[in-house]
Design a binder for this molecule. Structure first.
Ligand code: NAD
Length: 273
């Protein structure tokens, strides 16, 4: 450990991603666990964050007081819930510390509140923090641009574990946005999120989504470009949650010297579409 290590708070410390991030912080140079936060009433308050995550004792008891936790910290890593991330965005902006948000399922109103906080704070938000998915987004945009909407239909297929609460996944929406950017269309106006019953034929130019849930799948995504007589499939498989944790920690380190603003993983990774 060095005195220059970035002091990070993990909120949602008992969650699937929270525990993974705590383990990865112990392995990555340049960062240290400053505090760990869980929701009020969680059975894990007071437990050692390292022991809970399987990383071994780290001397950081889980607290339900984010204000205290953010004091003297330099960054917050947040994979919690939309309501939690909106609350933490205001607190991180007050504390003038970096806020990395991996939470998905945020509404337009939630995103507006997070963007308002980013006027005073360095916020990095992305529906997927992995290098592979962000590269896939760049490739999807190129493919959508190259293949004409008149002959090529775009469908986004995803599968996740049975505990996931939002659909389509943040990653599926990120890939849909990339395809829409390639086609220069507005995703919200052109997406088909559900099909059921007598739907009629597919409308040209739309982007369709299909969601599968089951078992312990960490994240499978495919973007299918379907033409007459041929299919192009661009896909990504997440085999381990540490890909998101490493990306989130890299985002915190990247944002440390930046000016206040709302950034994405494309900025962090230097990927331009
Ligand atoms: P999870 O349910 O296992 O963990 C969430 C944790 O956050 C829980 O322990 C919960 O108690 C805690 N929490 C929720 N609201 C809180 C609050 N207000 N204050 C303190 N703690 C709070 O879920 P998970 O699988 O770890 O996923 C969490 C989020 O991250 C989801 O939105 C998921 O879609 C997203 N996710 C994003 C990426 C990415 O790369 N961006 C990758 C994986 C998961």
């Amino acid at each position: 450990m060095s005195e220059h290590d970035m002091k990070l708070v993990v909120v949602g410390a008992a969650g699937r991603m929270g525990q993974t991030i705590i383990r990865v912080i112990q392995q990555m140079p340049g960062v240290r666990l400053h505090a760990a936060v869980e929701r009020e009433g969680s059975p894990f308050i007071g437990k050692d964050a390292g022991e809970l995550s399987g990383a071994g004792f780290v001397g950081v008891p889980i607290t339900s007081d984010p204000l205290e936790a953010f004091l003297h910290a330099e960054g917050v890593i947040d994979f919690t819930s939309p309501a939690g991330s909106v609350e933490f965005a205001a607190l991180a902006a007050q504390a003038r510390i970096v806020h990395v948000i991996g939470t998905t399922g945020c509404s337009t109103a939630d995103n507006e509140k997070i963007a308002a906080a980013a006027r005073h704070a360095r916020v990095v938000k992305s529906g997927n923090m992995s290098l592979g998915v962000n590269l896939l987004g760049v490739l999807v945009e190129q493919a959508a641009k190259a293949l004409p909407a008149s002959g090529w239909d775009i469908e986004v297929l995803e599968m996740h574990h049975k505990h996931k609460v939002d659909a389509p996944s943040g990653t599926a929406l990120l890939l849909g946005e990339a395809a829409a950017a390639g086609r220069k269309i507005d995703l919200a106006a052109q997406s088909v999120r559900v099909r059921d019953g007598h739907t009629g034929a597919r409308s040209e130019g739309t982007i369709g989504f299909a969601t599968l849930r089951g078992g312990s799948v960490i994240g499978e995504h495919s973007v299918i470009l379907a033409g007459e007589g041929e299919l192009v499939t661009l896909s990504h498989s997440a085999l381990d949650r540490s890909i998101f944790a490493r990306g989130a920690i890299a985002a915190a380190l990247w944002a440390r010297p930046e000016k206040p603003g709302l950034y994405s993983m494309l900025d962090v990774l230097g990927l331009t579409r």
